[in-house]
Design a protein around this ligand. Sequence first.
Ligand code: ADP
Ligand code: AMP
Length: 220
Amino acid sequence: MRMVILGAPGAGKGTQARLISESQGIPQIATGDILRQAVREGTPLGREAQVYMDRGELVPDSVMIGLIRERLSCEDCANGFILDGFPRTLEQAKALNALLSDLGKPLTHVFDVEVPREELLKRLTGRRVCRQCSASFHLEFNPPRQEGVCDHCGGELFQRADDNAQTVGKRLDVYGEQTKPLTAFYRELGVLTTIDGTRDIGEVRKEFADLLGAVSTKQG
Ligand code: ADP
Ligand code: AMP
């Protein structure tokens, strides 16, 4: 299974990608998480990316395409992967297609999780993320069992610097301008499935499971 999950910031990509990764045994590759780790470690990539991330803008395509090329060549991707947060521009999508077709391993699924802007604003401003394992929680919609503590690894939950109202607005605008057009690109390629992301986490999870089950059965 080689999968892309598209959707605006806050649509629930990371939440669902983690669940699919656990059930399918393939890695979740979240470019935002990779960049945040690089920022924490103060690497050259982190120093370059931070400027864009703080402004709610996209990190340049050349940087992101190089990063993904390297990550997909890792052994844990041999049996598949879930891309969460990549591609975000047409140039990234085209580069990904070229890379995968060179490997003879094209994408098998592209999902677009749709959620209206008002709901995205609530999800992003109430989001809390684990410092250790990057799991995503929500103060109201998906609270951890113990306040401030990750259910999965016991790590500390924090609010992302870019989940403030001002940067969130910018990120949603950037999504509309640069990333939303990818749905037409993948629809034309005949691989796009749209998912109603407004339902609760369990219901969206079930739809993914049903769709993936149906596809796996079809493919034998
Ligand atoms: P993305 O990876 O698309 O940016 P996340 O998976 O981090 O989004 O989810 C954004 C926020 O919304 C998190 O706080 C998460 O707990 C919450 N969330 C995710 N899916 C749902 C859902 N179906 N209903 C309500 N809240 C959700
Ligand atoms: P995310 O965690 O997916 O919300 O991403 C956080 C930030 O990381 C974005 O606002 C961008 O600045 C940067 N980023 C993550 N993925 C990409 C990408 N594929 N292309 C460009 N920038 C990205």
